[in-house]
Design a protein around this ligand. Structure first.
Ligand SMILES: Cc1ncc(COP(=O)(O)O)c(C=O)c1O
Length: 363
């Protein structure tokens, strides 16, 4: 029997999404594909909860990080990164790789960023962009994007939110929260196999791009190349820049159809309920969560081991039919991480908790 894949992405995918992958591949300029891609882009606005411009590009979440950054900031300008985990740190590395000066607000792992500190830092210098990881997958904390957005709206700074581990799971309203660019990877709460970078730019971000002093120093990720393509797909016109991942877009279309028919509010509520069930079950077994109280994400949980060696614990749990992930960065070997996002239900959470209980009995 297939094991339950409970890592924070890739996740267990809905069978209809997997079936969509095996449809016959057609030309990327065939009318039926143009129609599917156009419909997917329109429905992504409902997922981002935004009037902005969605982009779907072949690549992983890291490509989306780079694409968001390089289209609105260049050498000579300064970025501010909220770093409360591995993926915040990765954003600093991306800016540095492009010769962009970067300052960090370093937040203790397991804690969420303080919006007041963000305001003080934004007042202290001229930052072109601010990046915040919504759910940092290394610690399982969820930053308060609404509160930080309420700060950033008072500045010209472009607010970039890494929603790779949150979009379509953790409550997030792109426009209402004053987010300018937001992105995800297909393999997480969006529920599509790995391979797509999905972004959304609002008008402020598109305007910032248009006002850049120099041409974007990337070719594949430049929105100068992709914007006309996304617009053509929505109009229903054939167009080409780079061959889209046709079958992954079939799968994305199936998944966004499911998400939209579930409804975003119902989806957020389901994730909240299942996350609570997972946290309650874990704490009843005396596990301690990495995030401080009140800031745990609803898409995943990061949990300290009860003194059991990481490889032994996860190895035995796998024998019990459930795969969870190990720790990242400085928490490697000290914690395990459980994904609970996408097409997940209460049976999956119960099965995971029961398997953990059986595993504990072995030590
Ligand atoms: C919050 C966050 N940002 C960025 C990434 C990078 O995404 P990818 O591994 O798809 O490149 C991940 C991956 O897990 C992530 O969790």
């Amino acid at each position: 029997m297939a094991k339950l894949l409970m890592i924070p992405g890739p996740i267990n995918f809905d069978p209809e999404v997997i079936r969509a992958l095996s449809k016959v591949t057609v030309s990327h300029v065939a009318p039926e594909f143009i129609s599917i891609f156009g419909d997917t882009l329109r429905k992504l606005r409902q997922v981002f909860i935004s009037e902005g411009q969605p982009f779907v590009i072949a690549g992983s979440g890291t490509l989306a990080m780079e694409m968001a950054a390089t289209n609105v900031i260049q050498r000579g300008e300064k970025a501010l990164v909220v770093n409360n985990g591995v993926f915040g740190a990765r954003y600093s590395d991306i800016f540095k790789a492009h010769g962009i000066a970067v300052d960090e607000i370093q937040v203790e792992w397991g804690k969420a960023a303080d919006p007041t500190e963000v305001r003080e830092k934004l007042e202290s210098d001229d930052y072109k962009v601010l990046t915040v990881t919504h759910v940092d997958t290394s610690t399982g904390i969820a930053n308060d994007i609404e509160a930080i957005g309420n700060v950033v709206k008072d500045f010209d700074t472009i607010f970039i939110v890494d929603a790779v581990c949150s979009l379509a799971g953790q409550r997030l309203y792109h426009d209402k929260y004053h987010v300018d660019i937001c992105f995800t990877g297909s393999q997480k709460a969006l529920g599509v196999p790995p391979g797509l970078a999905i972004l959304n730019f609002n008008q402020k971000a598109l305007d910032a791009h248009a006002k850049l002093k120099h041409p974007v120093e990337c070719f594949y990720t430049s929105i100068d190349n992709w914007l006309p393509i996304m617009q053509a797909y929505e109009r229903g016109d054939p167009s080409y820049f780079g061959t889209p991942a046709v079958n992954l877009i079939y799968a994305l279309h199936e998944s966004v159809n499911q998400i939209v028919s579930e409804g975003m509010e119902a989806r957020f509520a389901r994730h909240e309920k299942l996350a609570e069930m997972m946290r309650k079950g874990l704490t009843e077994m005396d596990f301690k969560l990495v995030p401080e109280d009140g800031w745990a994400a609803n898409t995943m949980s990061a949990v300290y081991h009860n003194g059991i060696a990481d490889a032994d614990f996860r190895g035995q749990l796998s024998q019990e039919g459930v795969i969870v992930a190990g720790g990242l960065g400085k928490l490697k070997g000290k914690i395990f991480r459980i994904g609970h996002m996408g097409a997940i239900n209460a049976n999956d959470v119960s099965a995971t908790l029961n398997a953990i209980q059986r595993t504990l009995k072995m030590f």
